[in-house]
Design a binder for this molecule. Sequence first.
Ligand code: PTJ
Length: 257
Amino acid sequence: MWIPPGHPRRESLLIREKLVEGFKKGLVAPEGLIAHGRGECFDYLIGESTQPFADRAMNAAVAALLLAKHPVISVNGNTAALVPREVVELAREVNAKIEVNLFYRTREREEAIDKWLREHGAVEVLGVGEDASATIPELFSERRRVSPRGILVADVVLVPLEDGDRTEALRKMGKTVIAIDLNPLSRTSRAASITIVDNVVRTIPLMVEKAKVMKKMSRSELESVLREYDNNKTLQEALRHILSRLGELSSSKLTLF
Ligand code: PTJ
């Protein structure tokens, strides 16, 4: 669909178009379109820009990925549709594996996402077909099916747009879980080790840039970035940011005319 260049909501409409295209290509689940709407609402409240609490969480996330022995980036339908090239770039920069992991798992979607990621430069994509032969204990959704070479043995897993159950299950397995979730109140956000409260379309490209710089840091410098990070504080800051924005807005003139 053509969106006028001067449209005040152009960026947001273009993101929607990517998801709709992704849905038509068989990458995105219909429920993914609804999930995006919830994300948009929180993005609106946050101000549709990367806030300092998200930036700090990204630093910790990149440090964790660079320090990891077996880092894995978990990819679902929405992430594949929105930032395929950037996911591949990030995986390259931090030397992580890419694994497809779907809540609404079907063979067709697995394969469509695999093909799409390869078209965007991925050399290897785990978690497709027979490769998803391992199981995450105590998890009953389709997300339990993982690759024995990927998420099963990972020490750090990046999970953009997640549902809380798997984050909790992965934490119970002793893994560091990095979530990207616009909703600071979600179970995922609260269960993750590091939560980036920001839009995946802004987060992944920024993480690529940070990884390029941070991979020159020593292990002890990266460890100190990670040590100083406090996820509870991040979530509190995100909520306080939303509250203060609403406070300011509620005492200003809101009508356009
Ligand atoms: O592709 P599948 O089959 O794995 O399914 C993916 C969805 C997203 C449908 C599935 O994981 C799901 O139902 O997720 P939830 O429980 O709706 O949670 C998604 C979370 O992501 C919500 O908290 C949203 O606020 C958030 N979110 C939505 N869009 C974005 C986002 N966070 C960051 N960036 C976004 N663009």
